[in-house]
Design a protein around this ligand. Structure first.
Ligand SMILES: *[C@@H]1O[C@H](CO)[C@@H](O)[C@H](O)[C@H]1NC(C)=O
Ligand SMILES: *[C@@H]1O[C@H](CO)[C@@H](O)[C@H](O)[C@H]1NC(C)=O
Ligand SMILES: *[C@@H]1O[C@H](CO)[C@@H](O)[C@H](O)[C@H]1NC(C)=O
Ligand SMILES: *[C@@H]1O[C@H](CO)[C@@H](O)[C@H](O)[C@H]1NC(C)=O
Ligand SMILES: *[C@@H]1O[C@H](CO)[C@@H](O)[C@H](O)[C@H]1NC(C)=O
Ligand SMILES: *[C@@H]1O[C@H](CO)[C@@H](O)[C@H](O)[C@H]1NC(C)=O
Ligand SMILES: *[C@@H]1O[C@H](CO)[C@@H](O)[C@H](O)[C@H]1NC(C)=O
Ligand SMILES: *[C@@H]1O[C@H](CO)[C@@H](O)[C@H](O)[C@H]1NC(C)=O
Length: 652
């Protein structure tokens, strides 16, 4: 029982404490009046209190008389009320106040007399209001303000007179406003500012006069702000800057004049932009950089002079770009690099030997396009404490044999190498495959042939297949009759699928001829040839030529030929070709509408009757002449002519 006595005393103290904090005359120093649905400041509390909590009430306006009773207040919390009006000099008597909390109210404007009297205020919380204007002189009465929170308001631009008087301000939060403009000199009145959060605004361009006066700034956050350009020398006025956040913006190119003046910058975040290019020397002005984030951009190539000057860089984020090439010696300018994250890119060859001189302890290369690892890489990877090479299309063939022979299950990354090829090892771990099974085979072509039906018609799609095998899987190149080469990378009329299917659309005579399929892999090459016959003339053209042929023999159908504008072809087409083509038309109705066929047959009949009439007419004329001349000369020439006419008639 004796042992429990202190506990009882403790309990009594707790009771007493809570009584002190209640919202009535019993509270001695601090009064808790939160969550009471109050619509005004209670006037029955002891006048000597120093802390008043009025959070979560329904107060809408504040006047000087509301607070004049509590002149010794040091902290006043009015957060989560409905305050939309702070009358002139409402805080006039609160000269001992150090902390004023007004977050989450409905304040729209701060006037030059709003904070009159708050000569000792250090911390002012104004986040989550509707503030769209801060009048000239607002902070004149608050020279001791150290931290000012104005996030989540409606400010659209910062004027040079807004922060006048804040000579001691160290922290300023302006994030989540709609600021699109910062007037020159805005921060001239805040020379002690160390921490400035301006992220989540609408700044599009950063100008060289925006940050003048920030000679002591350490941290600047400009993330999520639509920034697409930074003028040369913008940061020259912030020589003490240590952390700069520019992530989630719209930067596309980093120029060598963008980061000048940032001699002691340590962290630079440029993630989630649209950066595709980094000019040589971009980071030369920032030799103290330790942590550089360039992840989630669209870089495709990393070249050595991109990182020149980064002698102290320790962490480099490059994941989630489109990098396919990292040139050798890229990391020679970053001898202190410890963490290198390049996962989720398109890297096929990584300059591992560069790392032999580095202090790398974390290397992430997962989700790339790496296929093979030479033996020299084994010791390099083994020297890195934390390696990730998972999710690469590893090819477990003879090229991996030296590396495999060195594996001894003493490093965890050895378990991440899952084979993608050859297909019989797909999904297996390299370490589970015995070295003698890691083989290569020279490429051979089992089949190279046309797989579309003959006869091929102009304008059709031609498909060939070139089936190649070998370990590793060979790359296929097809040399076309034109002499040009097509590969899986080709786009346009001729495409080559990885499975060996070659597709040629809109076939013309120029596609006929010799095709050569060449299969190449590191273990050799093989080739095969194929001759493709010229495509036949499409049926529509043939039908036009029938009409054209007829037009030469009959005058009656001349007009109708104009209804075949595509008519391109040979007048030499004979009747026998016409009849076979007509059959072809019937067998492929989709190519030649039925009505057109009918029309052509009508024309044909017309032509026949026309020819008969013509022959009869000529015959009549000749007969007349012959009759007239019969009495004078009986010539052999005329009989020949008559015989010819008879022959023509018979033929028809
Ligand atoms: C003051 O408030 C406390 C807690 O609400 C209550 O227990 C106490 O009785 C009140 N005192 C007076 C004098 O109203
Ligand atoms: C303000 O604080 C000072 C110093 O602590 C003190 O002497 C003075 O009485 C306080 N003013 C009021 C009105 O309580
Ligand atoms: C702001 O107020 C100060 C002092 O009242 C005055 O000198 C200055 O011209 C004003 N600035 C602007 C932009 O109105
Ligand atoms: C990687 O390269 C391939 C082919 O070059 C391309 O289709 C793909 O989109 C690239 N992937 C990335 C993440 O850039
Ligand atoms: C490694 O460092 C040595 C001396 O610092 C240098 O001579 C050599 O070229 C470096 N090798 C590579 C691959 O960077
Ligand atoms: C595995 O190989 C590494 C490097 O070759 C060596 O340092 C290590 O001692 C070996 N571990 C075992 C268990 O043999
Ligand atoms: C096509 O590829 C073959 C074999 O790779 C090569 O010899 C030839 O020069 C290439 N032709 C063209 C036009 O690129
Ligand atoms: C090869 O790929 C093409 C296009 O993806 C496809 O149409 C064709 O069926 C495939 N052929 C074989 C043999 O898999």
């Amino acid at each position: 029982m004796v042992e429990t006595l202190p506990d009882v005393l403790m309990f009594l103290l707790v009771i007493l404490g809570s009584a002190e904090a209640s919202c009535n005359a019993t509270c001695l120093q601090s009064c808790d009046c939160s969550y009471l649905d109050l619509t005004s400041v209670p006037q029955d509390l002891p006048a000597i209190i120093t802390d008043l909590d009025l959070e979560w009430n329904q107060i809408t306006t504040l006047s000087r008389s509301d607070l004049s009773r509590y002149r010794g207040l040091e902290t006043l919390d009015l957060g989560e009320n409905l305050i939309y009006a702070i009358n002139s000099q409402a805080f006039y008597f609160l000269s001992n106040l150090t902390t004023l909390t007004l977050y989450n109210n409905q304040i729209t404007i701060l006037r030059s007399d709003t904070f009159t009297g708050l000569e000792n205020v250090h911390y002012l919380y104004l986040g989550y209001n509707e503030i769209s204007d801060i009048q000239n002189g607002t902070f004149g009465p608050t020279p001791h303000l150290i931290e000012l929170y104005l996030y989540n308001n409606k400010l659209t631009s910062l004027r040079s007179d807004m922060f006048t008087g804040l000579g001691n301000l160290e922290t300023l939060h302006l994030y989540s406003n709609e600021i699109s403009d910062i007037q020159a000199g805005t921060f001239s009145s805040t020379p002690q500012l160390r921490y400035l959060r301006m992220d989540q605004n609408k700044l599009k361009n950063l100008g060289s006069d925006m940050f003048t006066g920030l000679g002591n700034l350490w941290d600047l956050w400009l993330d999520n702000s639509e920034i697409s350009d930074i003028q040369a020398g913008t940061f020259n006025s912030i020589p003490q800057l240590s952390d700069l956040g520019l992530g989630h913006n719209k930067l596309t190119t980093l120029r060598s004049d963008m980061f000048t003046g940032l001699a002691i910058l340590r962290d630079l975040w440029l993630d989630n932009n649209e950066i595709s290019d980094i000019e040589a020397g971009t980071f030369s002005p920032t030799p103290q950089l330790r942590d550089l984030r360039l992840d989630h951009n669209v870089l495709t190539k990393i070249i050595p002079d991109m990182f020149t000057g980064l002698e102290n860089l320790q962490i480099l984020y490059l994941q989630d770009n489109k990098i396919h090439d990292i040139l050798a010696s890229t990391f020679s300018s970053t001898p202190q690099l410890g963490v290198l994250l390049i996962d989720n890119n398109n890297i096929t060859m990584f300059p591992f030997s560069d790392l032999s001189n580095q202090t790398i302890y974390r290397l992430y290369l997962g989700k790339n396009k790496l296929t093979t690892l030479p033996s020299t890489v084994y010791d390099i990877l083994s020297s890195v404490a934390d390696v990730n090479v998972d999710n690469n299309p590893w090819q477990c063939d003879c090229r991996m044999l030296p590396f495999r022979s060195m594996m001894n299950e003493s490093h965890s990354y050895e378990n991440q190498i899952h084979c993608s090829e050859p297909s019989n090892f797909h999904g297996q771990k390299l370490i589970d495959i015995s070295p003698e099974d890691l083989i290569c085979e020279e490429p051979t072509i089992a089949r190279f042939q046309q797989i579309t039906n003959n006869p091929l018609v102009q304008g059709d799609t031609l498909r060939l297949v070139c089936e190649a095998s070998g370990i590793p899987t060979p790359d296929i190149t097809v040399t076309l009759p034109s002499g040009l080469n097509a590969t899986v990378e080709s786009a346009g009329r001729v495409t080559v699928d990885v499975n060996g299917t070659i597709t040629i659309t809109d076939v013309t005579d120029a596609d006929a001829g010799l095709y050569v399929c060449i299969a190449v892999s590191p273990s050799g090459s093989g080739s095969a040839t194929l001759i493709v016959d010229p495509p036949t003339v499409p049926t529509t053209v043939t039908m036009s030529s029938i009409t054209s042929t007829l037009a030469t023999t009959t005058t009656s159908t001349t007009q109708e030929t104009t209804t075949y504008p595509e008519s391109t072809s040979s007048f030499s087409t004979t009747f026998s070709v016409v009849s076979t083509s007509s059959k072809h038309v019937v067998s492929t109705p989709s190519k030649q509408p039925e009505s057109a066929t009918t029309f052509s047959l009508t024309a044909l009949l017309g032509a026949i009757f026309g020819s008969v009439a013509f022959t009869v007419l000529i015959g009549g004329i000749i007969l007349t002449i012959w009759c007239k001349r019969n009495s004078q000369h009986v010539g052999e020439d005329y009989s020949v002519l008559l015989n010819t006419t008879d022959a023509a008639t018979t033929a028809i």
